[in-house]
Design a protein around this ligand. Structure first.
Ligand code: AMP
Length: 122
């Protein structure tokens, strides 16, 4: 799937749409999800044009990857998420119901998050 430069996260990166920012550096932007599914639900996105985790992992330069994952940690630390823990999750493609085709990591926190995945899939 080619990258669409008009996807909603690209527009947030360009400042065309506001976000509730948590953390930003040269590699990444972290902001609160508009429809939180946990008491704390943050999205972290790289500043480059990557469709998904799969695309990012395959094509991003090493510096962009290191910078992105350091930024994820910084965003989590800035919210104090390490104390009680958090979940990092990325949806990739149709079966995972990825809605926005710009790579993003969801950070969920603020309560006991339960088991990792809905039971009954196998
Ligand atoms: P995914 O299904 O993994 O692609 O997740 C996309 C996420 O983006 C969903 O959790 C949405 O609630 C969130 N989202 C969509 N638009 C916005 C927005 N303008 N600001 C913040 N979060 C958004």
């Amino acid at each position: 799937m080619p990258y669409d430069p008009n996807n909603i996260f690209a527009r947030i990166l360009r400042g065309e749409i506001p976000c509730n920012k948590v953390y930003e550096d040269e590699y990444a932007l972290a902001f609160h999800d508009i429809a939180p599914q946990a008491p704390i639900h943050v999205l972290v996105i790289p500043k480059g044009e990557y469709v998904s985790f799969d695309d990012f992992s395959r094509t991003a330069p090493a510096e962009a990857m290191t910078g992105f994952y350091r930024a994820v940690q910084q965003a989590a630390e800035s919210l104090g998420l390490q104390t009680d823990g958090y979940r990092a999750l990325s949806n990739i493609g149709r079966h995972a119901h990825q809605e926005v085709a710009h790579y993003h990591l969801h950070l969920f926190a603020g309560c006991d998050l339960g088991s990792m995945i809905k039971k009954g899939l196998v």
